[in-house]
Design a protein around this ligand. Structure first.
Ligand code: ADP
Ligand code: ZN
Length: 530
């Protein structure tokens, strides 16, 4: 691969067809390819599966010399390199999985000008030895471009922060004339700005693709009997189709897969605790066989390229909106109708918050993790279009979609402001040191031993909530916790206390609406079983 002419779009198309075997560019690919091939910097925001790789692979082939691709994930590196080599492209990678001899052989190939693309881990790129080699390439005019994949890893606000990525700011200083393209699939507004700033790409052209996946129908239901609900969903909507069911724990993965098998469905488990061989076998079966259901932890899915996954179900809350978007995004890659279904309960929120609290992470990280969880709770509790919420998170304005549960069956809500105020006031009057059970007894005016013992039959909130039954009150407390009007103190037997957010509600400056969903579905299923 020696002298190549600069990039008329005909050349890009020629490579697309003859090297990669595709007939046409998708979305913004062509504009990005031409911009970078002509030496421009770019910041590319494109959802997973959108086709980011070609955006730097084709310019790499169009420009003189070797493109350096920074990638944090060894598995992804290896996949891309084998695909490129198979297509006849000179490509290799350098990372910690290699022995010394292999690495030296790659360096020799780089030196000899045999590589169009070289994938490196960021920590590898930053070694003095490697930078020397890059200097040499630059000085001989054989440094084609830098591609920084998974660019959100530079963001501390994001969930995959990698400190090594921060050092990539050295690239524009040391190699100012070499074009850089940063790519990511996860970028809310804040992350976007952070990437631009930290990688010194403020002046780079931005290519922002829509994150909308119109063929995916979003449905989020209240957890009642989650396995049964899942089974019902699969049988009614996705019978005999391939799908992924995500669970939080390995044990739940095993149990759910076994249970689905007992119900006569073709299901397999997948999690990081299984042997390498079993995992590989299950993954291969999922890719090859029709209508297989993979029950998995989030260890499964990265880099899985199966276009006809018809549904992705969550039996537990994902960790964040990004997580939800990435995981549900594995459905319907072929563009045909697909479903994202989730069952959630307020208990999940409490559990995840506890996991964050008890983790070893620093305070700042925990604060961000809680924040991400809250944003997600905002989505699951939404009473308006799910897609609108999801896209707003990625900075896109959209109207109601007509293809989510809330659009198709607008949820009934009730104004629970008065009840919420009573609950908050009861928390306050009893000294912010009791759990929901006792508070409900006080609200409902139950003279239990504990109530009498503490003298709570004499406070003003005693009995002011007798109009609602215990179940209703449970829901109200759960939602007050989920929306952070109340905090749970796990160290003190789950005692509830007010947060700052409670003030406007107590003062009558905010309203509190709840979905009616749960009650409705209960009475319906009762009627059916009666
Ligand atoms: P991303 O990195 O954005 O997740 P990839 O680059 O891995 O996406 O591409 C996703 C899939 O789409 C791959 O199977 C890729 O081969 C395919 N693809 C990308 N661009 C095109 C195109 N122009 N035409 C057809 N298929 C494409
Ligand atoms: Zn909608």
């Amino acid at each position: 691969p020696s002298s190549r002419s600069p990039a008329p779009s005909g050349a890009a198309l020629h490579i697309l067809e003859h090297v990669f075997g595709y007939a046409a560019f998708r979305g913004e690919q062509q504009a990005i390819v031409e911009h970078v091939a002509a030496g421009g910097d770019a910041l590319v925001l494109m959802p997973t599966g959108g086709g980011k790789s070609l955006c730097f692979q084709i310019p790499a082939l169009l420009r003189e010399g070797t493109a350096i691709v920074v990638s944090p994930l060894i598995a992804l590196m290896q996949d891309q390199v084998s695909a490129l080599v198979e297509a006849g492209v000179g490509a290799a990678f350098l990372n910690s999985s290699q022995d010394m001899d292999t690495a030296r052989a790659v360096e020799r190939a780089l030196y000899a000008g045999e590589l169009d693309l070289l994938y490196v881990a960021p920590e590898r790129l930053m070694t003095p030895r490697f930078l020397d080699q890059l200097d040499h390439l630059r000085d001989t005019g054989r440094l084609a471009l830098f591609a920084i994949d998974e660019a959100h890893c530079v963001s501390q606000w994001g969930h995959d922060f990698r400190p090594e990525y921060l050092q990539l700011s050295i690239l524009p200083e040391r190699y100012p004339s070499i074009p850089r393209i940063a790519l990511t699939a996860t970028a809310d507004r804040q992350t976007r700005e952070e990437i631009a700033q930290r990688l010194n790409l403020q002046h780079a052209r931005r290519f922002v693709s829509s994150f909308d996946r119109p063929n995916i129908r979003y449905t989020i239901v209240d957890k009642d009997d989650p396995r049964r609900q899942l089974l019902h969903f699969i049988r009614e909507e996705c019978a005999s189709e391939a799908g992924i069911v995500y669970c939080l724990s390995r044990r739940k993965v095993e149990e759910t897969a076994a249970w689905l098998q007992e119900q006569g469905l073709k299901a397999l488990p997948y999690h990081a605790g299984m042997t390498q061989e079993t995992r590989a076998e299950h993954q291969t079966r999922f890719l090859r066989e029709d209508g297989l259901i993979m029950v998995a932890t989030i260890a499964f899915g990265m880099g899985i390229d199966k276009p006809d996954v018809r549904f992705v179900a969550h039996l537990d809350l994902p960790r964040s909106i990004e997580g939800y978007y990435q995981e549900t995004g594995r459905a319907g890659r072929d563009g045909l109708p697909a479903q994202a279904w989730m069952a959630w309960g307020a208990q999940d929120v409490v559990q995840q918050r506890r996991m964050i609290d008890e983790s070893e992470a620093g305070e700042e990280f925990k604060r961000l993790a809680r924040n991400r969880l809250d944003v997600l709770v905002g989505l699951v509790e939404a009473t308006t279009c799910r897609r609108q919420h999801l896209l707003a998170y990625f900075g896109e304005d959209a109207g109601p979609c007509g293809n989510c549960d809330n659009c198709l069956h607008p949820p009934q809500t009730w104004d629970a402001t008065e009840a919420a105020r009573k609950a908050l006031s009861c928390v306050y009057r009893t000294g912010q040191r009791y759990g929901a059970g006792h508070l409900i007894d006080v609200l409902r005016g139950e003279p239990t031993d504990k109530v009498i013992e503490r003298g709570h039959q004499d406070i003003t909130t005693f009995g002011i909530g007798s109009d609602l039954d215990e179940k209703r009150w449970r829901t109200i407390f759960r939602q007050l916790v989920a929306r952070e009007f109340i905090a749970v103190d796990h160290e003190r037997y789950n005692a509830l206390r007010l947060t700052d957010a409670a003030r406007p509600l107590l003062r009558g400056e905010a309203e509190f609406h709840l979905r009616l969903e749960r009650e409705k579905s209960r009475s319906r299923s009762k009627r059916r079983s009666a």
